[in-house]
Design a protein around this ligand. Structure first.
Ligand SMILES: Cc1cc2nc3c(=O)[nH]c(=O)nc-3n(C[C@H](O)[C@H](O)[C@H](O)COP(=O)(O)OP(=O)(O)OC[C@H]3O[C@@H](n4cnc5c(N)ncnc54)[C@H](O)[C@@H]3O)c2cc1C
Length: 379
């Protein structure tokens, strides 16, 4: 977004407020968990991105917002804005899996992290795999519009691949809150059944009602599953910043922002925008989607800054590879746009291309796609 705002109008004075000092990619991180790529491939410098593209990287945390005064407060000082774009991503909602108690929530966050927010969670899961000796390693798939629909299934495949390769006497159990695999269904079922029959057990319709992180038990209304180790992915919600700033839609089950669904500005404020996974639209919560949306919204802001109408809505673009086999590296993919149905007032997938027969060519294409995205963001 910062880069494309400058491309739209080189006169724009763009500041990126980001609380991390290092970018770590979630896409391709499942491959890193299984030893199929290195950390250098996933990590990138915010400083270089800002220097290469003529904006300022301000390594700070946003803490408050005064929309009247158009002022953003951070832990390092304040910034006055003409246009503000919020893209804080997601948080986990532990209450949705029956974990109300803060001590239990933090025991879960620390000992069995979801691994869908980049950084320490991924390092922790990789260390767990390396130390794993025997028993059940549980992964979970949440309900709702969670971050990266195929991500938990890809992770299950690649952790199972790792168990096979390292001859670990254990089993990966994937507990899915949904009645079936939510995307690339045939491809994942085929991989579960043919590549990982003895090491991976897929259990649909497992709606978690409670987790005891001390006794290491995950429960649904019907059964309890004891695990040796786990990475528990709860239901997602928009990052808490959205709610703290009073921007969440009270009707949104995932506390997502109340925005114009075509141009992403707050319904009552054309100076403040929410993009990426904190948006309420049912688009895939994925990196390619966020990247294409950012370019569209940069155009909207540039038009409005120049006193022009933003023009037609441009749908975001979802491109998502999933690596299902580690030896050889084979992937499947989906490519889709979106359309808005005026009669039902709903968004739906459009122009969907689903390639579910895994191949090494798509395995290679997954790396090329990621390299292209990193180049677009950082070069
Ligand atoms: C394991 C995994 C695999 C994935 N695979 C794919 C894939 O193959 N393809 C794909 O397209 N997508 C994939 N995704 C999804 C993709 O990573 C996300 O959809 C994308 O990162 C969303 O972008 P975002 O900008 O909304 O959120 P984020 O990337 O989470 O960025 C939000 C940023 O806001 C910062 N922030 C939050 N609060 C504050 C604050 N108060 N002040 C300052 N900064 C703040 C955070 O530090 C963070 O850097 C995957 C995700 C995971 C976890």
């Amino acid at each position: 977004m910062a880069k494309y705002l400058r491309k739209e109008n080189p006169e724009f004075d763009v500041v990126l407020v980001e609380r991390r000092s290092l970018f770590m990619s979630c896409p391709m991180s499942n491959l890193w968990l299984a030893g199929l790529t290195d950390l250098e491939f996933l990590t990138h410098s915010y400083l270089d991105a800002a220097r290469n593209n003529g904006y300022l990287f301000f390594n700070a945390s946003m803490v408050d917002l005064d929309r009247e005064a158009r002022r953003v407060f951070t832990d390092q000082g304040y910034i006055d804005y003409e246009f503000l774009v919020l893209a804080p991503g997601i948080d986990y909602n532990y209450k949705a899996i029956g974990v109300e108690d803060l001590e239990a929530e933090y025991a879960l966050r620390q000992n069995y992290p979801g691994g869908f927010i980049p950084g320490s969670e991924h390092l922790s899961i990789r260390a767990k795999l390396e130390d794993f000796e025997e028993g059940l390693f549980v992964l979970t798939v949440p309900p709702g519009n969670y971050r990266c629909l195929p991500g938990p299934y890809e992770r299950a495949c690649l952790v199972a691949h790792y168990f096979k390769k390292e001859q670990i006497p254990g089993k990966v159990v994937l507990l899915d809150a949904n009645p079936d695999v939510t995307i690339k269904r045939n491809a994942f079922h085929e991989a579960f059944d043919t590549l990982y029959k003895d090491v991976l057990e897929y259990r649909p319709s497992f709606e978690i009602t409670s987790v005891d992180p001390f006794k290491k038990v995950i429960s649904s209304d019907f059964e309890d599953v004891e695990f040796a180790d786990a990475a528990i992915y709860p239901r997602v919600r928009a990052h808490k910043l959205i709610e703290q700033l009073g921007l969440a839609d009270p009707k949104s089950p995932q506390y997502e922002a109340k925005i114009d669904v075509f141009f992403n500005n707050l319904v009552d404020d054309p100076h403040v925008y929410v993009v990426g996974d904190a948006r309420p639209m049912p688009f895939s919560k994925s990196g390619n989607t966020a990247n294409s949306e950012a370019k569209n919204i940069a155009r909207v802001i540039a038009a409005r800054a120049a006193g022009r109408e933003p023009g037609e809505w441009v749908p975001p673009h979802t491109v998502c590879y999933s690596v299902v086999n580690g030896d050889p590296v084979e992937a499947v993919m989906v490519d889709a746009r979106y359309k808005f149905d005026e009669a039902s007032k709903q968004f739906a997938f459009d122009k969907v291309k689903l390639l579910e027969e895994r191949s090494t060519a798509m395995g290679q294409a997954a790396f090329e796609w990621a390299e292209g995205l990193y180049r677009d963001m950082f070069a």
